[in-house]
Design a protein around this ligand. Sequence first.
Ligand SMILES: Cc1cc2nc3c(=O)[nH]c(=O)nc-3n(C[C@H](O)[C@H](O)[C@H](O)COP(=O)(O)OP(=O)(O)OC[C@H]3O[C@@H](n4cnc5c(N)ncnc54)[C@H](O)[C@@H]3O)c2cc1C
Length: 425
Amino acid sequence: MTLAIRRLKACVAVIGGGPAGLAAAVAARNAGCGDVLLIERDRILGGILNQCIHDGFGLHTFGEALSGPEYAGRYISMFRERNIRSLEDTIVLSLAPASEGGLEILASSRAGLVAIDANAVILAMGCRERPRGAISIPGDRPSGVYTAGAAQNLVNLENIQIGKRVCILGSGDIGLIMARRMTLEGASVESVFEILPYSSGLPRNIQQCLNDYNIPLFLSTTVTKIHGRGRLEGVSVAQVGADRSPVPETERYVPCDTLLLSVGLIPENELSRMCGVEIDPVTSGAVVDDTFMTSVPGVFACGNVLHVHDLVDWVSVEAAQAGAFAAAYAAGSAPEAGIPVKPGDGVRYTLPQRVSGARDCTISLRVGAPWRDRSIVVRTPGSASEERRIIKRTKMVRLHPAEMIRVDLKAADFAGASGLEVCVE
Ligand SMILES: Cc1cc2nc3c(=O)[nH]c(=O)nc-3n(C[C@H](O)[C@H](O)[C@H](O)COP(=O)(O)OP(=O)(O)OC[C@H]3O[C@@H](n4cnc5c(N)ncnc54)[C@H](O)[C@@H]3O)c2cc1C
């Protein structure tokens, strides 16, 4: 039996129909690309926003506090108004440079396999949550232990009450939002435990999701054991020392029937790796230049698959740029040489990792620890042949690792630099 494969062509193919993929596809079309194709594994477009029924999305983009589905709905309307082609319920299985040039995508749909030849591809596959196995909590394996996003899906989309007495490990934004959600669903949220000495969620979520509901947050504290046969019965928790190891004398037992894990997100980069895209060890996303092109010519990346964002508004802004640059590449523009951008003291990562110097650009970054009254400084690294030069200094009242910082640079200010370094001073 021969396997029938449907063959399609696209100038720009977008993998993933969340806010990043939608904004990229709309921008590629706006930039003049008449042949954009978006592929989404889910039955509907919108990505993770479909399960985020709380508000707070779109304050920068639309000047309104929208719910996740409302925000996604605005982009889905823009997408539909432009008659952009989409394949829903279709998962991309592989991506590779084609021998005759361009890129080759293989996807699987209910109707069978689809092969797509594209001039440019935009990676917009989002990210997934770190599960229990990734943090190796000892103890039993009862039911009642969920990642916060899986719990959000069950509660918000399936209308399932997952538990009555809840503990949360990790103070990332999804965990904080679920603390409030579970409370509103009638559960008692006992505590949120965070191994770091500071919360890894946005300050506004600490206030609105924990403080407003009197839910205690224990910093420098972790879950050391899970107890329960069949259903979860409780967790042991302990404070941690400076090396993040539990301090045995501080261990205590907290009864609960549900444990939510909000312990980090991992960009979905299997396809990127398969295609040979260079991955940044800190962001776990692609290394890109200021056109959002990866190390593989014609492959662009945006959204949470590139780096985990705090606000969806910045996902849309970056994705729109990626879409416009991908359309230009598909129409024949050549890749550009780049000036390396590196994180310096106090900065965890910077993105893009290369800038061309041919245009103004924005550097996104996250700091490594909370600080007050410091500056973000962009400078040339300095060497025997090049004097160190300050390109930009931005005073900040408060710096927090949970918040993504964006610094706009004028091309004229760093023209001729051999490199750029971004640090906290
Ligand atoms: C629980 C939660 C709460 C949040 N709260 C807020 C908030 O209050 N305010 C805010 O601004 N932001 C919030 N965010 C962040 C915001 O939702 C994300 O920044 C945004 O959704 C990222 O968009 P994305 O398109 O990169 O990824 P996603 O929305 O995850 O979309 C990725 C899409 O790619 C598809 N895909 C993946 N692999 C494949 C494949 N191989 N083939 C085909 N399709 C594929 C997926 O099915 C998915 O639809 C929250 C996020 C979460 C998870």
